[in-house]
Design a protein around this ligand. Sequence first.
Ligand SMILES: [Zn+2]
Length: 418
Amino acid sequence: MSTQAARPKLKSVAVNGERLWHSLMALATIGATEKGGVARLALTALDGQGRDLVVRWASEEDLLVTVDQIGNVFMRREGRNPSLAPIVAGSHLDTQPNGGKFDGNYGVLAALEVVRTLNEHGIETEAPLEVVIWTNEEGSRFVPVMMGSGVFCGAHTLESAYLATDRDGRCVRDELGAIGYAGEETPGAHPIGAYFEAHIEQGPVLEAEATTIGVVTGVLGLRWYDCTVLGTEAHAGPTPMAERRDALQTASAIMQEVVAIARRHAPEGRGTVGMVDVFPNSRNVIPGRVRFSVDLRHADGRTLDAMEGELKAFIARSIQTFGLDIELAQVSHFAPSVFDSGCVQCVEDAARALGYSHRRMASGAGHDAVYVARVAPAAMIFVPCKDGISHNEIEDAKPEDLSAGCNVLLHAMLAKAY
Ligand SMILES: [Zn+2]
């Protein structure tokens, strides 16, 4: 078949949005909560049932199913040239305890809908296509998050993942076996030619701008710190204002600066103080010690360096101004993830060709694609979700947006595989 002659025909191919929606709703009955959400924690019996349903649907499409040792499931549609690395799309099926119907589940079922559409139209691809389910993305029952994709790309060893236990002391190795998803394949031994992940945005930007498609260029890097301010505890009544060494007064100035730094580096800068401990935390005692968390994020590593520099400079000035001891300790960091420019372009080209409003954006949250991007070219497609709410039973998305994201996925995959 001549590729040139066949291409025009492909332009008009579209997914079946109704079928995608019905599949999402059918999957959401497994672990359904009273408020309309889903509680399907990783490697529970419900997770097993959710996987079984998707695998059954894949088998109905004649996909070849393989499972690796950490339970990642690959469902393959053969290409004309089986020796080519497959073009892969998917996400996760596990949810938070108070999760919704779309987080993760959409990415898996959108990939399945791509396959169903191609089968229906009898369209072959040069490279094989695969639908993937990554194990334990949420990290709610077992830590770390993004476990399956993390083991796949070598960020964690299989042994360490197997030993992770839940609150009841049950371990990943046993629970994988219990639901029948302890596979044979060595994680990471599976080639990936390119990877695409469709996902709800989990933030408010697309909805607020009435934009249908987020062309995701990468994921924000993050740095976590603990900041401790040491003052002197004293009685709130007898101590004149000029004589005080008030740790909370100084700490609150630094907290304001954390937010100000992020605003100076808009739109991708983020600055959050989410945890504060005040000692002794008594209403008539001037605080002698305050410890608080700092979370700084940005899509660009050098900008993140600059943000850290601004925070340290402010702290140095605060030490001089207030005369207190202030310590800043970094406790964790993730470098920004920059997606493959070719894959990002495929997503953008597909959105433009299909006439959907779109914008480039960075993801504020982590996803399996972050790890997959370490071993294969990858990109993501975002669609709006209602009020930007996710990790919540009221998480919602419009069928037409989900369908649009799936069409972009279809054409991005075809651009790589055809
Ligand atoms: Zn997710």
